[in-house]
Design a binder for this molecule. Structure first.
Ligand code: FES
Length: 309
């Protein structure tokens, strides 16, 4: 009595290197929950990963959404912290929690550090395929390929291009479901630990404020998220997932809406693969998503409520 029970739905798995740090990070979330007077219970959630799920991770997004919804419904939770980041985990967790409807906050896993090999910056995804082709063409040696492999994933975290993972965490933040700038923080930066702990504290307050996601994910918030996605040069998967997330909130979003916004929204982020050279770590040092949203100015509806209230 008097202590809100907060579920930490964690998609940590030993087979998902993108979430390697989430086992520890859940402790930071727990510390925040307890500090704010809550009772924390960690619960595993399906760790849909792009690297090993066969035949394709796409089949498992909706399974995670169902699991999330039922985990929340089946337990006496007052609020929930969602921990994910690898592509499908973000929409899967958010979709399920939107339907369940209790206060929720999203803790994005955060991108990896920049890749580095022989003085060259490597971007996950893009350079994997480039160097795999070089290897098949016989233009690089096995030893060089091993160097690329070791250098391309220098830390825990999600792919550090503006691929699906960073796109979806940016969308979730701009829907209002994460603390400001949370999605841009590199996974292994100490600020990421502080963000996790702050998210734990905030969810307890949200329970007392009855700040449920139906008050946050409104048509205005969905439009904000779509504009932000366009300004980041988002992954094409944003279309599939944002429409699905919006529908869970009862907001109709169509391909025509996205097409119309895409025609009038400037591409602001210079991050690979749409941009040149830069990666998510650079994006963070340049101010991150908060700076990008500031640049968008009155294109965004700043009256939309977020998890901060
Ligand atoms: Fe997990 Fe790219 S493989 S984010």
């Amino acid at each position: 009595v008097g202590k809100p029970m907060i579920g930490i739905l964690n998609t940590w798995s030993e087979l998902n290197s993108c979430h390697a740090h989430l086992r520890d990070r859940a402790e930071d979330v727990r510390r925040g929950i307890v500090a704010a007077g809550g009772f924390a219970v960690e619960m595993p959630a399906l760790s849909v990963d792009e690297t090993f799920n066969k035949p394709t991770s796409m089949l498992y997004r909706n399974l995670l959404a169902m699991e999330t919804e039922e985990q929340i419904r089946a337990h006496p939770l007052d609020g929930v912290v969602l921990m994910g980041g690898c592509d499908k985990t973000t929409p899967g967790l958010v979709m399920g929690a939107l339907t369940a409807g209790i206060p929720m906050i999203y803790v994005p896993a955060g991108p990896q550090l920049r890749g580095n090999y022989a003085g060259e910056t490597l971007g996950s995804g893009s350079d994997v395929w480039k160097y795999w082709d070089e290897k098949r063409a016989g233009t690089i040696t096995d030893e060089q390929m091993l160097g690329v492999q070791a250098g391309i994933a220098r830390s825990a975290g999600t792919c550090m291009t503006m691929g699906t993972a960073s796109t979806m965490t940016a969308i979730t933040e701009s829907l209002g479901l994460s603390l400001p700038n949370a999605s841009s923080i590199p996974a292994v930066d100490s600020t990421h630990q502080r963000m996790a702990s702050a998210s734990g504290r905030r969810i307890v307050e949200m329970v007392w404020e009855e700040l449920t996601p139906d008050r946050i994910v409104t048509p205005e918030a969905v439009k904000n998220a779509a504009i932000v996605a366009m300004a980041t040069g988002c992954s094409t998967n944003a279309v599939i997932h944002l429409i699905a997330m919006a529908r869970r909130a009862g907001v109709a979003l169509t391909l025509d809406d996205l097409d119309a916004l895409g025609r009038v929204t400037p591409l602001i982020a210079n991050v690979r693969p749409a941009g040149k050279t830069y990666l998510m770590e650079d994006f963070y040092y340049a101010g991150g998503l908060r700076a990008l949203m500031k640049e968008l100015g009155d294109r965004l509806d700043t009256s939309a409520l977020t998890v901060t209230g």
